[in-house]
Design a protein around this ligand. Structure first.
Ligand code: PEP
Ligand code: MG
Length: 548
């Protein structure tokens, strides 16, 4: 038996034969060319073909993984049009007279290295995206390649009628998104990053995965029996009896846990002393509503509407938005759907907004600030939401509110939109609740004032943590200072709950803290009425609340 230790990035266990995906045939050769202009033309044609492939892949990923994840391929496509990506390749062809394949490979390797050297885990993970895009272009230029090899390995795995543990040096995000779940028991790779899209996709698809196994994970292991634990990060080749027994025990425990959680399906969420808590799902697009329903969500507590604006060339018009909100409201069939108005800015950027460069974007032009300075944009979205309110149980939620004046201004725009719709005799629910996200320390501190003017509160613990502790949520290097159980944060949450209740409005929490099972009891005891989390966590949370 050989036990290899890596990093578990997607939980679950798997047992099966190893299929090793070799990359040997993909080395890019340096060839000299006579006509640089012709070679640049060839490169531009390949960029177009690669863009078309990515459009198709985006559609496939949307169906398999949901809109939020599929957006990665929109980003990849944009990279193909980005001068920072293209210019160094063209320059290399023109100055060194090398073939487009070599120039793409070499220039992008440099760009990827720059990302890696930033010494930031998040940016290092982006290097994988650059490599993925460059590999695609090289494949197009040379006709076929790695993606085909990945598909072939999957086919080999299933050819024997048996799904397998798929191993490789690394898996690109596009390969992972194209995997056929029924043929892949688990993923194991030599390299990789926990923050990469490959890891995120594996988790979304429910494929156990271990990365960073190093060169001990070699092609020679192909065909060998193995067990993989996506939690502890262990891959055991030819496991002995003791290891197999431990693996089977863990597998049974996981199956028992899944079966136990199923008993909570369709039930109301109640604490041990019988208090009702509402368990909602966070979604990024209509495609995620299915996950919310299969996760047994009692509603949508946070529809991050900004994903409708991302990955596009221009603003989504009223009808595009209306169709999306209406579809979510209809699918939820009377269950609440809380649509958060645009929260663009900071880490979520769309070029067509033409936002100025900011030194501190998280403290800059973001969310409600953009809407209040661009009322036409805001009105279009509010019209779409109000029109959708005629088809279900819709609520409006404003993000990043920091003062009563901002809330009043936003409500005034909503009132203007209602008047317009009434005058046009367009159907909508005039009683659509209007709530706010409490995600700035300012809003938590004046929550007594805001509670008089909002129909509900939802605490955005992600931003509330960032702004309270002055810890940039995008900056991995300050992670160690991000104490999500910090007393200051807990006091602000408690203040918000008490102030909301004093005015008789419900108070929920839709940040990541809601899924922290070690804090569930504390949050419930504070009196929160609702928690909104990732769809897959709802049954687990319901069971936790019931157990007390
Ligand atoms: C939050 O800040 O907690 C939140 C839910 O919003 P987002 O993560 O989208 O900023
Ligand atoms: Mg937020």
């Amino acid at each position: 038996m050989t036990a290899l230790q890596g990093k578990g990035v997607s939980a679950g266990v798997a047992r099966g034969k190893v299929v090793f995906l070799e990359r040997g045939g993909c080395a890019v050769k340096k060839k000299l060319v006579n006509d640089a202009a012709d070679e640049v033309k060839r490169l531009r044609a390949a960029l177009k073909t690669a863009a078309a492939q990515l459009d198709a892949l985006e559609a496939e990923a949307e169906a398999k993984l949901g809109r939020e994840q599929a957006l990665l391929f929109e980003v990849h496509r944009m990279m193909l049009e980005d001068d920072d990506f293209i210019d160094p390749i063209v320059a290399m062809i023109e100055t060194e007279l090398v073939c487009a394949e070599y120039a793409t490979d070499a220039a992008s390797a440099r760009l990827a290295r720059d990302f890696t050297e930033m010494n930031d885990e998040y940016m290092s993970a982006r290097a994988a995206d650059v490599k993925d895009v460059a590999r695609r272009v090289v494949e197009v230029l040379s006709g076929g390649g790695r993606s085909d090899a990945c598909a072939a390995a999957c086919a080999a795995a299933c050819g024997g009628g048996e799904p397998a543990i798929l191993a490789s040096d690394d898996f690109s995000p596009s390969e992972t998104a194209q995997l056929d779940r029924s043929f892949v028991l688990a993923l194991a790779s030599q390299a990789g990053s926990a923050n990469s899209h490959t890891a995120i996709f594996a988790r979304t698809m429910g494929i156990p995965a271990v990365i960073g196994l190093g060169e001990a994970l070699a092609a020679g292991l192909a065909g060998k029996e193995a067990v993989l634990d996506g939690e502890s990060g262990v891959l055991c080749i030819e496991p002995d009896e003791k290891t197999l027994a431990a693996f089977l025990q863990k597998k049974n425990l996981l199956a028992e846990e899944t079966a136990r959680l199923e008993r909570f399906r369709g039930k109301e969420t109640r604490t041990r002393d019988g208090r009702r808590i509402r368990l909602y799902a966070n979604i990024g697009s209509v495609a995620d509503v299915d996950a919310a329903l299969s996760g047994d969500a009692e509603g949508i507590g946070l529809f991050r509407s900004e994903f409708l604006y991302l990955g596009r060339e221009d603003f989504p018009d009223e009808d595009v938005q209306y169709e999306s909100y209406k579809s979510a409201a209809c699918k939820m069939n009377g269950k609440p759907v809380v649509i958060r108005t645009l929260d663009i800015g900071a880490d979520k950027q769309a070029a067509y907004f033409k936002l100025p460069h900011e030194e501190n974007p998280a403290l800059g032009m973001r969310a409600i600030r953009i809407c209040l300075t661009n009322k036409a944009l805001f009105k279009t979205q509010l019209r779409a939401i109000y029109r959708a309110s005629a088809h279900g149980n819709v609520a409006i939620m404003f993000p990043m509110i920091a003062s009563a004046s901002e809330l009043r201004q936003a409500k005034a725009v909503a009132a203007e939109v209602r008047r317009q719709l009434e005058a046009e005799k367009t159907a909508f629910n005039p009683k659509t609740p209007i709530g706010i996200m409490v995600e700035t320390p300012a809003s938590a501190i004046i929550s007594d004032v805001l509670a008089k003017e909002a129909d509900f509160f939802s605490i955005g613990s992600n931003d509330l943590t960032q702004y309270t502790l002055a810890v940039d949520r995008q900056n991995e290097s300050v992670n160690q200072f991000c104490d999500t159980h910090h007393e200051a944060l807990l006091r602000l949450i408690k203040t918000t709950v008490d102030n909301g209740h004093r005015e008789g409005i419900p108070v929920g929490l839709c940040g990541t803290l809601g899924a922290d099972l070690t804090l569930t009891q504390v949050l419930v005891d504070m009196g929160l009425d609702e928690l909104s989390v990732e769809p897959s966590l709802i049954l687990k949370l319901r069971s936790r609340i019931a157990e007390g």
